[in-house]
Design a protein around this ligand. Structure first.
Ligand code: SF4
Length: 246
């Protein structure tokens, strides 16, 4: 067997071995002689570093028109090792000023939901499908309530960032908050059970497959502030998420 062929075979065998390890639940491979604890620590540090480097590369992004009016890019926040990732539609007034996701009233409700799941905000990861504040009236950056959902062009420009975040974090489950993030992620998920004409009310609480990661849609906390009667549905959904994480 020539050298090239041999090398190809080694790569193929290694790939198969790694895939088998992954399928059986192994999350990382450690070098011989390295303790499990230090290998784990190293893995966490690497992910943290990767996310920090990636975040710095996005902070000056000008890929879409939202860059003209934003105050701060809201990259995302949380544990690089999070098993649970929440994804909303975009930053609002408070988020734009603080550079952090879900820190306004809707964010405070999301924190309550997370705490009710026996988790802390620092244990999960929170991001949006676009990282800059979409404004209804771009000439009024100074007023509250001037928010809108991101348009398809803005989503398309920004999505590679979110996909990269998901790839680095590798959550066990993603919870999409509200219709725009649900439709966006399920639209590219390739899950045949997703019908793009379904409303969020119909598909919330159902489990989908987003490129190998579980995904569950639920209502956006801002919607719950407008209609508190729907909180019980979100709690039903979150109980399912807790079961999956357990
Ligand atoms: S929304 Fe995303 S793509 Fe658009 S400017 Fe901000 S970071 Fe860049």
């Amino acid at each position: 067997m020539n050298r090239k062929k041999k090398l190809k075979e080694i790569v193929s065998l290694t790939r198969t071995y790694l895939q088998q390890e992954k399928d059986s639940g192994v999350k990382f491979i450690r070098k011989p002689g390295v303790s499990l604890q230090s290998a784990r620590k190293k893995q966490i540090e690497n992910k943290k570093l990767l996310l920090e480097q990636f975040s710095s590369s996005v902070l000056d992004c000008r890929k879409c028109g939202l860059s003209k009016t934003r105050i701060k890019v809201v990259f995302g926040q949380g544990n690089p090792e999070a098993k649970l990732m929440f994804i909303g539609e975009g930053p609002g007034y408070d988020e734009d000023r603080q550079g952090l996701p879900f820190v306004g009233k809707a964010g405070q409700l999301l924190t309550k939901i997370i705490n009710a799941m026996n988790l802390k905000r620092e244990e999960v990861y929170i991001a949006n499908i676009v990282k800059c504040h979409p404004l209804k009236d771009p000439s009024r950056t100074d007023i509250r309530g001037n928010d809108r959902a991101p348009d398809p062009g803005e989503i398309q420009a920004c999505m590679p960032y979110l996909l990269k975040q998901i790839e680095i974090i590798k959550p066990e489950i993603i919870v999409t908050l509200g219709s725009p993030s649900t439709k966006t992620l399920l639209g590219i998920s390739g899950d045949p059970s997703y019908d793009k004409n379904s409303s969020i009310s119909k598909i919330r609480g159902q489990l989908f497959n987003f490129k190998g990661t579980k995904l569950m849609p639920t209502f956006h906390p801002a919607f719950l502030l407008r209609d508190p009667n729907r909180k019980k549905y979100v709690w039903e959904d979150m109980k399912k998420v807790m079961n999956i994480l357990d």
